[in-house]
Design a protein around this ligand. Structure first.
Ligand code: NAD
Length: 382
């Protein structure tokens, strides 16, 4: 079994829960799950044991009722899990949502203890973080992080930074766990958290799930790099109508996305071609099916100038939810292998900004083979 706790029961988490139960019931093919039937741990072995949110309209509700808001065909097998209250720390600031958090009524230290105690009852193997994109500042040192928690610095810490701290404590006390950080907050890429995780038997996958236009841009950039075509500029647009795009209209939150998306250019090309790669706007009628477009100009042999233009409409949440079906199983495998801290072999394929910090983005086709080998599978094309 792989027991999963979800942090942030929004669109991605709800499509994950719904699709997972449909696959388990044999009602849906596992399309969009890269390692579908290949892993030794099967999809039917995944079990959601807990869910946390801070949206007052979700906390205390049955998981089934929350998932149904996103997918009217949510399976009834989701009934029986109550969405619990998480740590808020300004996550929903400036959004039209009424928030409630454990930190409203207790110190951060007490909230951490509260969560660790709940998790000791739920016994998760893997935590999946799909909270609203945060504005954050990474930590410079372990002392700074511990001081911020001890001094109850609610202005300094984000919810994700506290969740990982609590998960590390839980993993240390119970022998091991994995944390999937599918959002841009630097965790796998923050040396302070990497060290804390290694010491605490916590495997870290992160940061920011690689879906949508960015991995496609990465594939196209690798194509140019392999052929020594000189890229002059890259424009990439993303316009969507879900709550995540609404949250990203906030400048500080958008900065964190921009950071994880832009790191690919220099890492894949070897030089920093001028680029605009960031979520561009919110347009409600588009819903979860975002509009993406990219335009790249490059120089080819004999000074020829070429242009590539790609555009599409992509369902945002299912793209990440499908990857999560692999990531929770790989998380359990990392614990079994005792591969703690950021697991680069997994991150390089599944994450936009693969940690640890000293490692870079590599062409996904290579990352794919390395990830398969880490998981004990035959390489596909090597
Ligand atoms: P969403 O707004 O639908 O869901 C986020 C959920 O998290 C909401 O229910 C919100 O109430 C909850 N939340 C916010 N702060 C919380 C906290 N402190 N504790 C617990 N719950 C909290 O957004 P989404 O579309 O599901 O995206 C979730 C995250 O996944 C975003 O951070 C996004 O950057 C990341 N992500 C999404 C994709 C994708 O959709 N393809 C790709 C990469 C990364």
């Amino acid at each position: 079994m792989v027991k999963v706790v979800i942090l942030g029961q929004g669109y991605v988490a709800s499509i994950f829960a719904s699709g997972l139960e449909k696959i388990k019931a044999g009602k849906m093919e596992p399309y969009g799950v890269p390692l579908a039937d290949e892993l030794p741990i099967k999809i039917r072995e995944i079990e959601i044991v807990g869910s946390y949110d801070v949206d007052a309209s979700k906390v205390g509700k049955d998981l089934y009722d929350v998932v149904k808001r996103y997918d009217p065909e949510a399976p009834e097998s989701l009934k029986g899990i109550t969405v619990r209250n998480g740590i808020h720390l300004r996550s929903l600031r400036n959004l039209p949502i009424k928030a409630t958090g454990l930190d409203d009524g207790m110190t951060i230290e007490a909230a951490v203890e509260h969560l660790v105690n709940e998790w000791k009852e739920l016994k998760p193997d893997v935590f999946v973080n799909v909270c609203t994109t945060e504005a954050f500042i990474p930590f410079e040192s372990r002392e700074e992080l511990e001081k911020a928690i001890a001094e109850d610095r609610k202005d300094r810490l984000t919810a994700t930074q506290v969740y990982v701290y609590a998960a590390a404590q839980y993993a240390k006390e119970t022998g091991g766990a994995a944390f999937v950080n599918a959002i841009p907050t630097l965790i796998a890429n923050d040396p302070v958290y990497a060290e804390l995780a290694r010491e605490s038997n916590l495997a870290i996958f992160g940061d920011d799930g690689a879906t949508g236009a960015t991995p496609l841009t990465a594939d196209v950039l690798s194509h140019f790099a392999q052929r020594n075509r000189y890229v002059l500029d890259i424009a990439q647009f993303n316009i969507g109508g879900n709550n995540d795009f609404l949250a990203l209209t906030d400048k500080e939150r958008n900065k964190s996305k921009e950071f994880t998306k832009s790191s690919i250019v220099k890492e894949l090309l070897g030089y920093d071609a001028p680029h605009y790669i960031k979520p561009t706007g919110f347009l409600e009628p588009l819903g979860d099916k975002k509009f993406i477009a990219m335009h790249m100009e490059y120089v080819s042999f004999n000074g020829a100038h070429d242009e590539i233009i790609i555009s599409g409409r992509i369902n945002d949440s299912p793209a990440l939810a499908g990857l999560l079906v692999d990531l929770v199983r790989l998380g359990r495998m990392a614990v079994e292998k005792r591969d703690f801290g950021p697991v680069y072999e997994v991150n390089a394929f599944y994450m936009k900004n693969p940690g640890p910090k000293e490692k870079q983005n590599i062409p996904r086709i290579i990352a794919h083979e390395k990830m398969r080998m880490w998981a004990g599978l035959e390489p596909k094309w090597l």
